[in-house]
Ligand binder design. Sequence first.
Ligand code: ZN
Length: 125
Amino acid sequence: MASENPYPQDQLDERRRELLAERQSLIGQVEGLDAEADVKNWREGGFDDDPADAGSASFERETAQSLSNHARRLLSQIDDALRRMDAGTYGTCERCGNEIEPARLEALPYATLCMDCKRRDETGR
Ligand SMILES: [Zn+2]
């Protein structure tokens, strides 16, 4: 039931707007980075006698690819958060089922763990 969602509706709407805006900007970034990685790929093929050029082109391509991968991971976390909003489970810790601190969601709208579980995660227990 939607009324069981621990997160207030007006704040939920605000988080959703933020997530959608960030999603839009990440999609733009991914497209740009993928294009950049492609361009580098093409250019690298064009340089056949200068290893230094080829090396730096390949480094830049790898950087673009790793940034693109990072943006994609964020995108899937954002999609997850939007799904949880639709399912009415947004704002609930995936591990312990407690409410995720509202301040934490404001800072990280796609957080899936409460502060305690996150801390336990980071310390490894
Ligand atoms: Zn928790």
